[in-house]
Ligand binder design. Structure first.
Ligand code: FES
Length: 292
């Protein structure tokens, strides 16, 4: 998963294979899921209201505040001391919500990939260590030990940088938090999916169109088709529960309208790609929805 030339590859490999982390990771993830449930709180934390995960922009606030304090320590150690203290206080305050959103996203990875879960656990522990260093820095500054406070903040920045690298690996290399249908909108031209008369009214069927997994539903004489890979973490939607025109994902409970893929309930943050569907000589064909 990591390019061969990167110096971080041995570390990432070691973390991804560290099965010793599985028991604590599983225990914590299970507690987090229990605490957050699947209602409005979970949706808010997941970023369903925002249209993408809430965790990444919050990390910018934390990292920006902490690193700005260190920049002031370097460029204006005396004149910038008061502002540096305020920035560290702001970073500590923003850390709580950032940690909650991060734990929530991480807890949802458990079902899909244990190696990502291991890296995520180390990422969160490193963030906790960085937070403790910044907290110590703030206490030292308030006691008048400015130099000690600055050194503690530099140490915190180092740990934060390493932790941020792990976070980047999870998002950009392993695709955590990324719309799982982003690169697969379905076939451009009408494509047969190998299903037809066997699709009973009110029932769903899993099919494939040129490699795109498709969920088919016949309802009231119409055939509807949406992408069968859940945009949240990639679970197979057709393994979920269909009630009327609403499909509930079996993994984390996201709900979509099968008639057009509209997201009805998180933790997913985007709708499912919808496909045009038609019946030709008893066979169903689909193609991506063309707009405009
Ligand atoms: S994979 Fe999480 S709700 Fe579908």
């Amino acid at each position: 998963m990591v390019p061969a030339s990167t110096p971080a590859r041995p570390l990432i490999n070691a973390l991804e294979q560290a099965s010793v982390l599985d028991v604590p990771a599983q225990t914590i993830a299970s507690k987090v899921r229990q605490l957050l449930g699947g209602g409005k709180l979970k949706q808010a934390i997941s970023g369903t209201w925002l249209g993408h995960p809430a965790h990444p922009p919050l990390t910018d606030l934390v990292i920006g505040s902490f690193l700005s304090a260190s920049v002031l320590d370097l460029l204006a150690p005396r004149a910038g001391e008061r502002a540096a203290r305020r920035l560290i206080t702001m970073g500590i305050a923003a850390s709580t919500l950032t940690a909650v959103t991060g734990f929530s996203d991480w807890a949802d990875t458990e079902l899909s990939d244990e190696s990502v879960r291991r890296v995520g656990l180390v990422h969160s522990e490193a963030n906790l260590l960085a937070l403790m260093l910044y907290f110590s820095s703030l206490i030292a500054r308030r006691r008048g030990a400015r130099m000690r406070g600055a050194l503690l903040a530099f140490a915190g920045a180092g740990v934060l940088g390493a932790s941020g690298y792990l976070g980047g690996h999870m998002a950009y290399v392993r695709g955590v938090g990324v719309n799982q249908t982003a690169f697969d909108a379905g076939p451009q031209d009408w494509t047969a999916v190998g299903a037809g008369v066997d699709l009973i009214d009110g029932q769903m069927l899993s099919a494939e169109a040129n490699g795109t997994p498709v969920l088919l539903v016949r309802e009231g004489g119409n055939v509807y088709a949406i992408h069968d890979r859940c945009s949240h973490r990639g679970c197979v939607l057709s393994e979920g529960k269909l009630e009327s025109h609403v499909i509930t994902c079996s993994c984390h409970g996201s709900q979509f309208d099968v008639r057009d893929g509209t997201l009805l309930h998180g933790p997913a943050t985007v709708s499912q790609p919808s496909l045009d569907a038609r019946e030709v000589n008893g066979r169903i064909e689909v193609r991506r929805v063309t707009r405009g």
